[in-house]
Design a binder for this molecule. Sequence first.
Ligand code: ATP
Ligand code: MG
Length: 243
Amino acid sequence: MPAIRTSGLTKQFKKRTAVDSLDLSIEQGELFALLGLNGAGKTTTIRMLCCVLPPTSGDATLLGNSIITQPTAVKQKINVSPQETAVAPNLSVQENLELIARIYGIDKSEARTKANETMRAFGLFDRSKDKAKILSGGMQRRLSIAMGLITEPEIIFLDEPTLGLDVVSRRELWKIMSGLKGKITMVLTTHYLEEAEALSDRIGIMHEGRLRALGTAEQLKQETGRTSFEDAFLALTEPEALL
Ligand SMILES: Nc1ncnc2c1ncn2[C@@H]1O[C@H](COP(=O)(O)OP(=O)(O)OP(=O)(O)O)[C@@H](O)[C@H]1O
Ligand SMILES: [Mg+2]
């Protein structure tokens, strides 16, 4: 069973088709990068897969459960670090983490243990008592990702996780993500192409709501006859792409 399978997944906002008949299959344990220019439809796709935005048509199954008919089952298996960092501003770092753990049904003492572990892994331990709103933007981002992982989801969606992170934090997050490869399914969006190339098993490139290319970074370079992944990406996102 694939981790994610979409069939004809479509989202229409009035006249604009943000996601257009997406057919995609992502394997369990895969780190899948969903790339595309601004407005390509990445976040809209993720929001539908997380059951926060109903599709206009089509469906998707996550570990066999439909986002339309079984959203409760889907939500138990997934978590998300959204593009617009979502932390409760008036709760402390520790409280934010414990809250999410508790929402997912983890008991109080385990939630505390997990929050401690997670704060250490994300370099937030010495800020544990600080309210989220006084953290720097990058630290809030790290907290948001930590909140995505603390529940040990089977599938995690990371929408531009490294945006605004300093070089050290970015590399640390890469290490965490690499360490999770094969264990959980990760769907990553990023505008840092070298990040997608370095980390992902496969890459899907969306363009104007459609999936325009799919494969490993190496395959996409070969298909386009380009030596750098950035050149391959540019070729695949031209208005009249070669493929
Ligand atoms: N709630 C909404 N109402 C109307 N249009 C929307 C809404 N959300 C997204 N869109 C439109 O859908 C299209 C896809 O947006 P989306 O946020 O999915 O792009 P994206 O690939 O995540 O881009 P970015 O790289 O800038 O984050 C855009 O044209 C956007 O304006
Ligand atoms: Mg987006």
